[in-house]
Ligand binder design. Structure first.
Ligand code: AMP
Length: 598
């Protein structure tokens, strides 16, 4: 396939927001492709070279790409920089420069295979002289590219390619091509993706043998499974009702989720909730896990929390986050901030997949294969049948340093649902009982210039929730309080990768920030209550037609949710649920204040 065809498809994808149209473009693009080209096109279209969990990075900084653009277009570096300031994007700049130079397709057009191979060369170039190699490879590629090709190439290497091709849309397109768009086909394709976290692998199986061939995709040690997620309910009564009167309740530990893959040779790889490898961050767990877990190879899941090894007390989460990015001082960090993991699930044991087994069976297995150590422990669990029992357990969990409880279904069919958020698991935090003190994870989509002491800096930020159905980010508040000087000073650096000149197409808001930001950074905020809002479109129309939801008196908790990507933020639907549970609580006291319609 010529690279130009791919670039043309990107141009068309970029010009539409309609999911159906996007799917049609993708279907047309993917249908004729075969592996390995098919897998490559899928990775490339998501801005990656390999499945996300492999963490392959190109390591191309703005300045490096600018240099290559300058060389390839015979333009001065300063001129490229000047133009980029006005276009807001180096990709657009290189496209324009080549247009002006009437760059035509070369005699030897670029192919996807060639471009992919060259990008791999850029990715593997490490150490001394690697910068020169990267510049040279990129310059040569740009030297042969048409304006449109160059535009998308530059965006790709800078990690700013965003043509709206999310996993969901790709799954839709694959279903269309390989399962005649059937619902059953879609379910199986999605299930294979949730188990493998690798769209390229799923697509290759589909080409080989259609939906039937997906059966071959099982669990593999070293390849993360997309984690099962929890829903929420406003009261413990509601939780019990959902669980048909019987639930396994566990402490909800407040830390970082890990999925531990322990191979037969005792090597260990840890993955975060976002499937990023975190092994290097927790060497003591890597060392302990193969001793604690007896039936190898195994895949287990748990929550890592800081712990005082002398008193056995769980410490506040903030302690663990201090260990992030401290590669050099890891030894020191390990001593100062010890962690342990509380295991709560097992997906593979003795090489056998067990994720489909009901919860009680998985728990019994976990208990039987685990020989707890100081670092590797078992999550506390109990079976309850009434809200009173659950409340007593909640008190216990909170007293022990947990943030609430996790209720898990023990009904038949309570197997592990990879990648799914549902009522099989329900999280319940202590503070649900006292109005809206639950926190919200909001994505930064804009920033406002500060005043007074904050003049010349960003003083407040526009936050959005995510709507997975529409794949859009909807604003719900502007937050300025809760940032101390250090936090505020750090924000420009944190936000730099997401700066953009224009309102990102995937953002819905009628607010007008001084600086737009592509959805990337997730902040935890709390507020007094959720109110109906004419300005913020979060959950638009869910409560009342034409009206969204806003958070009153928002306050940054000090916690940047580094482990969450923009689409892991609180969803619009969760916000609507939080609003409703608030209304319900108010209505229990004062029935006349119910403000819902429909
Ligand atoms: P949240 O991040 O608020 O959506 O809550 C879900 C998270 O709670 C999971 O992803 C885990 O990281 C964490 N967690 C803590 N304790 C447990 C537990 N016992 N079972 C499952 N998840 C838990």
């Amino acid at each position: 396939m010529r690279f130009g065809e791919l670039a043309d498809a990107y141009a068309r994808l970029e010009s539409t927001k309609k999911r159906l149209e996007m799917r049609a473009i993708l279907v047309e693009l993917l249908r004729p492709l075969r592996p390995p080209e098919l897998s490559r096109v899928l990775y490339l279209s998501q801005g990656m070279l390999r499945p996300e969990y492999e963490g392959v990075e190109l390591g191309v900084a703005d300045s490096l790409a600018r240099k290559a653009v300058a060389l390839a277009t015979h333009t001065k570096d300063t001129e490229v920089a000047r133009q980029t300031k006005s276009t807001g994007d180096l990709g657009t700049t290189v496209g324009q420069l080549l247009e002006e130079q009437h760059r035509l397709e070369s005699d030897e057009p670029l192919t996807v295979a060639h471009v992919y191979g060259e990008l791999e060369r850029i990715a593997v170039a490490k150490g001394e002289g690697s910068q020169d190699v990267k510049v040279q490879v990129l310059t040569t590629l740009l030297g042969r590219a048409t304006p449109v090709e160059a535009k998308f190439l530059v965006r790709f290497v800078l990690g700013t390619l965003r043509v709206g091709v999310r996993e969901l849309t790709i799954l839709d397109a694959l279903t269309e091509v390989y399962a005649e768009g059937s619902k059953a086909g879609r379910t199986r394709i999605e299930a294979a993706f949730n188990l493998s976290s690798d769209l390229g692998l799923v697509a290759a199986a589909l080409v080989e043998g259609g939906v039937e061939a997906l059966e071959k995709i099982g669990l593999e040690v070293g390849r993360p499974i997309r984690p099962m997620l929890a829903e929420r309910e406003p009261s413990l009564e509601a939780v019990l009702e959902r669980m048909h009167g019987k639930a396994a309740v566990e402490y909800k530990y407040d830390g970082l989720r890990v999925q531990a893959h322990i191979a037969r040779d005792r090597s260990v790889r840890l993955f975060s909730r976002r499937l990023e490898e975190t092994s290097a961050q927790f060497p003591e767990l890597v060392a302990d896990l193969p001793h604690a877990v007896r039936s190898l190879p195994a895949i287990v899941e748990g929550e890592v929390v800081p712990i005082d090894l002398e008193t056995d007390e769980i410490q506040p989460f903030q302690e663990v986050s201090r260990r992030r990015g401290r590669k050099h001082d890891l030894q020191k960090a390990q001593e100062e901030i010890p962690v342990c993991v509380f295991l709560f699930d097992v997906l593979l044991a003795g090489g056998e997949p067990v994720y489909e087994k009901d919860l009680a069976e998985r728990r019994a297995l976990l208990e039987s294969i685990l020989r707890p150590t100081e670092r590797v422990r078992l999550a506390t669990q109990r079976t309850v049948t009434t809200a009173e029992e659950a409340l007593a357990f909640l008190d216990e969990a909170v007293a022990a340093g947990g943030e609430g409880l996790m209720a898990k279904s023990v009904a038949p069919g309570s197997g592990y649902r990879a990648g799914a958020r549902g009522y099989w698991w329900i999280k319940y935090k202590r503070d649900y009982t006292v109005g809206l003190t639950d926190s919200i994870d909001g994505v930064v989509v804009g920033a406002f210039q500060g005043r007074g002491r904050r003049a010349g800096k960003f003083g407040a930020f526009l936050l959005a929730v995510y709507d997975p159905k529409r794949d859009r980010f909807e604003s719900f508040c502007k937050v300025g309080s809760g940032f101390d000087d250090a936090a505020l000073a750090e924000m420009p650096k944190r936000l730099h990768p997401f700066l953009t000149a224009e309102k990102p197409p995937e953002v819905d808001t009628s607010a007008a920030p001084d600086q737009w930001l592509r959805p990337g950074l997730v902040l935890e905020v709390r507020g007094a209550e959720l109110t109906l809002s004419p300005v913020h479109p979060a959950g638009l129309g869910a409560v009342r037609a034409g009206v969204g939801l806003a958070l009153r008196f928002p306050r940054f908790t000090g916690r940047i949710r580094e482990e969450k990507g923009p689409t892991d933020a609180t969803t619009s639907l969760e916000l609507v649920h939080m609003y409703r549970s608030q209304v319900r609580q108010a209505s229990e006291e004062k029935p006349e204040t119910v403000g819902e319609s429909g």
